[in-house]
Design a protein around this ligand. Structure first.
Ligand code: GLU
Length: 349
């Protein structure tokens, strides 16, 4: 599960974005990136690996400007790499996009855009969004993002920035990935979850499915992207939610302790982990390319060891039953912290 962050206000955007990205790392990710805009130019840095790797290539001292977006990626389309890391830009390099989720019909859209003359730099579904927005852009970023959203199918949270309108971010949401807008004084924030915002504000809007938000330092206008006309005209009066959790409690999502939180998150976590890896047809095989193992190699496995710590160790004890029942091969479960010291017997084939 990846993370999206955004900032528009009066402070240096870069350090705020990096701080919020660090808050989202617990969600799991394989690459990270940021884009900040100043005087009609993007400062864009991204890399495969950790947020600390991104920190190493970002010039923290730089006078970065006061608007930007950032991302931690959990790859679904295109392997983890610097090229595939977000933000992605359009052909003109003026539009920057981060996305959490999947554009299901990205292949058809990509072919259409290539025929219309667009050039792609990455293997991701996300880059399609940047080019679609470019295609529809006519001096109004919100309208262009709304039209792009209308063309896409899938489940996604999107955050977009344009060099020509560098006083605003446009956020949109289709189906499940969450997107939260944090309301500050003379500044507004975006993040995938509440804990990442709580150091800055406790007043939030939760974006709903089908909605689009135009976010400047002084205003947030929420509308429906299916509305064909002027999506930056306010459609809803949204009640501000005041979160009364401390940042520490918020990390636990309102649950009294982490274990309860993790138990309740399991259905969503399994869904997020397999996102983009499940076939459309229920009887088609699941392909986990990252494992780098052939079907023949899998079929030759004669026994398995699950190595895990804490709650995961207990989950493995349950998984042992399921795997042995389904596969009829023996499974042992080992405690991770002991494994390398206890000289385990490892069978090589
Ligand atoms: N589908 C997008 C990609 O592969 C976004 C994945 C994510 O949610 O991080 O780049």
């Amino acid at each position: 599960m990846c993370g999206i962050v955004g900032y528009v206000g009066h402070k240096e955007a870069l350090s705020i974005l990096m701080d919020k990205l660090r808050m989202l790392t617990y969600r799991g990710y394989d690459s990270a990136g940021i884009a900040v805009s100043k005087n009609g130019r993007f400062y864009l840095r991204k890399c495969k690996g950790k947020v600390s790797d991104l920190e190493a290539i970002v010039d923290a001292e730089r006078d970065s400007g006061t608007i930007g977006i950032g991302h931690t990626r959990w790859a679904t389309h295109g392997p983890p790499s610097t090229r595939n890391a977000h933000p992605h830009v359009d052909c003109s390099g003026q539009i920057a996009v981060v996305q959490n989720g999947i554009v299901e019909n990205f292949w058809e859209l990509k072919q259409e855009l290539i025929e219309a003359g667009h050039t792609f730099q990455s293997d991701t579904d996300t880059e399609v969004i940047a080019h679609l927005v470019e295609e529809y852009y006519d001096d109004n970023l919100t309208t262009a993002v709304a039209l792009a959203m209308q063309r896409m199918k899938g489940a996604m949270a999107v955050l977009v920035m344009h060099q020509g309108e560098d006083d605003r971010l446009v956020a949109a949401k289709m189906d499940s990935p969450p997107l939260i807008i944090g309301l500050g004084r003379g500044e507004n924030h975006v993040a995938s979850d509440i804990p990442a915002l709580l150091h800055y504000t406790n007043k939030i809007y939760v974006l709903e499915d089908g909605e689009i938000a135009t976010i400047t330092r002084d205003s947030v206008i929420i509308s429906n992207y299916k509305e064909p006309k002027a999506p930056d005209r306010r459609l809803y009066e949204r009640k501000v939610i005041v979160v009364d959790w401390s940042p520490e409690v918020a990390q636990k999502g309102g649950f009294p302790h982490y274990m309860l939180k993790e138990i309740h998150e399991q259905p969503q976590t399994v869904l997020d982990t397999l996102r983009g890896r499940l076939p459309e047809r229920a009887d088609a095989p699941i392909e986990l390319e990252e494992l780098n193992v052939t079907p023949e190699e899998i079929a030759a496995v004669e026994r398995m060891t699950f190595v895990a710590c804490g709650t995961a160790y207990h989950a493995c004890l349950v998984a042992k039953y399921a795997f042995e029942q389904a596969l009829r091969i023996p499974v042992t479960v080992d405690i991770g912290s002991e494994y390398r010291y206890r000289q385990p017997i490892i069978w090589a084939q």
